[in-house]
Design a protein around this ligand. Structure first.
Ligand code: HEM
Length: 463
């Protein structure tokens, strides 16, 4: 329930600036991403946005800390985006608030602690090797391909194997990717408001959801019948008990699985696509990454794959610090979760500004990662910002690819390790070239990707 706070009744607060309609009308000429940056640069760290309820764009790290950490229980996930998402993926760890969320978080966090990571590597490595084998064929036949869908299909397969011990066939992968594209449009655009109308987009989304749900439910039921289930996320969910000591229903497990699939595969794949693009555009950085990976392979010859062109095992991902810096800098420039929203339950004070109960807060990692007070040359790709030494001077709340506070990404270590593993498996074997005449326009929906994907050709490298 949203409540006003009597303690603020007689206080005077600082005025929050708002852009004029004329300023916003110019929105047609720029992307919503650039608009967020412009609002920050032209109006400051808190800006009132036109909306039927009070709505503020927040870009100061101190305010972010207040919302995500200090007074986080006042700021919940509850707006049209979350309602739209819950509609499609169900009430699970991403979409829930309060006690149901807390219970799930406590139960599932152990699966993602750093010491668990090595369990996830074998599947990442072998599935990356399959991609390398396919790229060999592409290279031989000089066939161009969509790197975005390649990365989506790979990360989806990795999630399915690691969390569900399931193999995905190409037809189902296509269905899941189409389903998430429809969901991105539904949640990220205005369709949510018209969800009950029989638009072709809505009908298509419902049909895709049915197919995905049916397959996942089949896997849940199959797993229930297994006498010795494997130790993975699905088994953990089946063994969980709620406060009344009851097991989760199939519907609850289905929602959790969809929450995890959605959270895990698009984010990592888009991180990889942006990272590849940055490496292609910055050959000196690519050479450094390649050298680092090669050095690790050479020092662990047992783990190198003997076949020509096949992906090689990264084995010791912590020994790829420069590769990690490149990924971190790519997520600074293009954070897959480019915007994070919250709603105020009660009225609150934010460093002298009044936030009425029910306000919507729009926190834009995309803009904050370009804040001139915290990042020099913000549009430049500079991986060295993330050396261990330089990291010490980065304000924790000015870098938010994984959010912050108790609701920070449950799998941030896994996500980085997965991206490192995939790059380490492919970079030594291939040179990628961008297909000419691509517009490379960012597509900001639930996640931040490239419109129509990143098209490349591959050539093999002799190692
Ligand atoms: C580079 C890849 C990833 C990025 C950029 C990313 C980003 C994020 C962000 C920003 C949040 C917080 C959202 C908010 O506060 O509203 C989040 C939450 C979450 N992420 Fe990730 N994520 C990534 C990979 C993953 C992976 C691989 C998994 C699963 C294995 C995952 C599972 C989750 C879950 C379950 C939550 C909800 C946590 C909670 O509310 O307690 N993410 N992620």
């Amino acid at each position: 329930m949203l409540t006003s706070n009597p303690k603020f009744a007689y206080k005077t607060f600082k005025k929050i600036k708002a852009p004029s309609s004329l300023y916003l009308a110019d929105d047609t000429k720029r992307s919503c991403l650039q608009l967020q940056v412009d609002l920050m640069n032209d109006f400051g760290n808190i800006v009132r946005l036109p909306h039927f309820s009070p709505c503020f764009a927040i870009t100061h790290p101190d305010y972010v800390k207040h919302i995500f950490l200090t007074n986080q229980s006042n700021y919940i996930k509850s707006d049209k985006n979350y309602e739209g998402l819950t509609d499609i993926i169900g009430a699970g760890i991403i979409t829930n608030n309060g006690e149901p969320w807390h219970e799930q978080r406590l139960n599932l966090a152990p699966l993602f602690q750093p010491h668990q990571l090595p369990h996830y590597f074998p599947n990442m490595i072998s599935l990356t090797q399959e991609v390398a084998a396919r790229w060999q064929q592409f290279a031989k036949q000089k066939t161009s391909f969509n790197l975005t869908t390649e990365m989506m299909s790979l990360t989806l397969k990795i999630s399915a194997r690691n969390f569900l011990n399931e193999e995905l066939d190409e037809a189902f992968i296509k269905q899941v990717i189409a389903f998430s594209q429809s969901m991105n449009n539904y949640v990220g655009k205005a369709f949510y408001f018209f969800k009950f109308l029989p638009f072709p987009t809505n009908i298509r989304l419902r049909r895709q959801k049915k197919i995905v749900d049916k397959t996942l439910l089949g896997w849940i039921q199959k797993r229930r019948a297994l006498p010795e289930p494997p130790a993975d996320l699905l088994t953990q969910l089946l063994q969980m008990r709620n406060k009344k000591n009851e097991p989760l229903s199939d519907t609850q497990i289905l929602a959790e699985l969809k929450n995890f699939l959605v959270a895990s595969y698009e984010t990592v794949s888009h991180t990889l696509t942006w990272t590849w693009l940055n490496l292609i555009k910055n050959p000196a950085c690519l050479e450094k990454v390649r050298h680092e990976i090669q050095t690790v392979h050479n020092s662990n010859p047992d783990h190198s794959h003997p076949e020509e062109g096949a992906a090689r095992c990264p084995v010791s991902f912590p020994h790829l610090p420069y590769t990690k810096m490149v990924i971190e800098e790519s997520m600074r420039l293009h954070p897959p979760a480019w915007v994070i929203t919250r709603r105020a339950l009660r009225g609150d004070e934010l460093e002298g500004y009044f936030i009425p109960a029910g306000s919507y807060l729009v926190i834009s990692p995309y803009a904050i990662h370009r804040h001139p007070a915290y990042w020099h040359d913000p549009e430049k790709f500079i991986p060295e910002r993330f050396t261990e030494e330089n990291k010490k001077s980065i304000n924790r709340y000015s870098y938010l690819p994984f959010g912050a506070g108790p609701r920070t990404c449950i799998a941030s270590h896994l996500a980085i390790a997965e991206a490192q593993t995939i790059l380490a498996g492919l970079i030594p074997s291939f040179d990628l070239t961008l297909l000419p005449k691509q517009t490379l326009r960012p597509l900001a929906l639930i996640t931040l990707s490239i419109k129509d994907g990143l098209w490349v050709t591959a050539t093999t490298r002799s190692q």
